[in-house]
Design a protein around this ligand. Structure first.
Ligand code: NAP
Length: 364
């Protein structure tokens, strides 16, 4: 049960009787601003005509949509991540993979696959503005689905956080929270298989712990049933060289307490704090001074200039077997609200995304 008294099962009723076809545009809109975790009544289903592209526009047909914790903030109207502030009645922001099915735009051809800001809808007319951050998806022998996560913003986040901020070194005694999630499951594999770090991962529950041991982590801490501090002392008796933080709160504090000299802390996310009423107050930041540690946050949209190079790296590591892409695919656009709730209920393994129409028949 959530703080708001709703459960994940309530989302099944929300999707009942809803199905999409190619004759209309189906949308999920903000019905109410979430208080605490999202609940079914925060979402509204809408059906409209398929829009016609004007001069300088394209019509995009959605194939996959990615899910991220930040979408709850979009619905709350915070203007998070620099996206336009949403009002009740607006289509929820979300990035995904689509095919250009009509083009009256000089730079985009029919049949091309793109990824970018589509919103939670099955068609979109777009001027392909910089604000929407569209990228072409070159056919690279990998499924288009990966563009909604591993070869999308999640992949760029994992790469930027680890390499640009974490400065990982071979042999680093690393700790990673949120290790079974979208960003985490990529960071663990890249740190171990590309750099040669030794990664202790944290995840919730025995199944996720088994999963992370199979995806780059040498040891797992089940933070839901184990004492994090005692396990860190056991598994990192000499301290931590690199902590990659996806959850914030008490876990961040426990890792700061165990930093080695000249270590690094990457602030990627703080999901344990997102639904709290009061922000967490970090009490031991002075550990950074004592250990001459660099703690650095990052924001993925500030790393877009390296998009092509990062995607080439990631696709290469997938082909080499160093990076197993893990996407948790919810089948059917009608399940988008539940797919978002999954993130906050810890239901997803790997990148949470949703298949709207599956793979395109052809792609040029
Ligand atoms: N800085 C940036 O630009 C940037 C970009 C992308 C993402 N992020 C942040 O990075 C983090 C990971 O993002 P993601 O998209 O990969 O999501 P994700 O890790 O797939 O997110 C969901 C996972 O978070 C864990 N979780 C949920 N509630 C938690 C809690 N109260 N305490 C501890 N863990 C909790 C759950 O795993 P367990 O079952 O293991 O608890 C859940 O499966 C998020 O905090 C996100 O906001 C930042």
């Amino acid at each position: 049960m959530t703080a708001a008294g709703s459960s994940l099962a309530d989302f099944d009723a929300l999707s009942t009787g809803k199905q999409i076809d190619d004759d209309a545009n189906y949308q999920w809109r903000v019905a109410a601003r979430p208080v605490g975790n999202v609940v079914p009544s925060d979402f509204e289903w809408a059906v409209t005509d398929i829009p016609e592209p004007g001069e300088g526009e394209v019509l995009l047909k959605t194939h996959y949509l990615g899910l991220a914790p930040v979408m709850r903030f979009y619905m709350q109207g915070t203007g998070a991540a620099g996206e336009r502030v949403l009002e009740p009645g607006d289509v929820i922001h979300g990035r995904g993979v689509a095919q250009v099915v009509k083009s009256r735009h000089p730079d985009w051809r029919e049949g091309e696959m793109v990824q970018g800001q589509l919103g939670w809808q099955t068609y979109k007319v777009s001027k392909m503005t910089p604000q929407e951050k569209f990228f072409r998806m070159p056919p690279n022998g990998l499924p288009a689905a990966l563009g909604s996560g591993v070869l999308g913003m999640t992949g760029l986040s994992a790469h930027a956080g680890l390499f640009s901020c974490g400065d990982p070194r071979e042999g680093d005694r690393m700790v990673l929270s949120g290790a079974a999630g979208g960003v985490g499951s990529m960071v663990s594999q890249m740190a171990t298989n590309v750099v040669g770090c030794d990664v202790v991962g944290m995840a919730g529950g025995p199944e996720k712990c088994t999963f992370i041991l199979d995806h780059g982590c040498s040891h797992a801490i089940d933070y839901k049933s184990e004492n994090i501090e005692a396990r860190l002392d056991e598994l990192r008796p000499d301290g931590v060289d690199l902590y990659f933080d996806n959850v914030g709160g008490e876990t961040l504090e426990a890792c700061l307490e165990r930093l080695r000299l000249h270590s690094r802390v990457v602030l990627c996310g703080s999901i344990s704090e997102y639904t709290r009423d009061e922000p967490f107050k970090l009490s031991n930041y002075t550990r950074l001074r004592a250990t001459e540690t660099r703690m650095q946050g990052f924001f993925v949209y500030n790393h877009l200039d390296r998009w092509n190079a990062v995607m080439d790296d990631l696709a290469g590591w997938i082909h080499d077997g160093k990076l197993k892409p893990v996407q948790d695919v919810e089948q059917g656009f009608e399940h988008m609200p539940r797919a978002l709730a999954n993130l906050y209920y810890g239901q997803n393994v790997g990148v949470q995304c949703c298949s709207v129409r599956g793979e395109p028949e052809a792609w040029n």
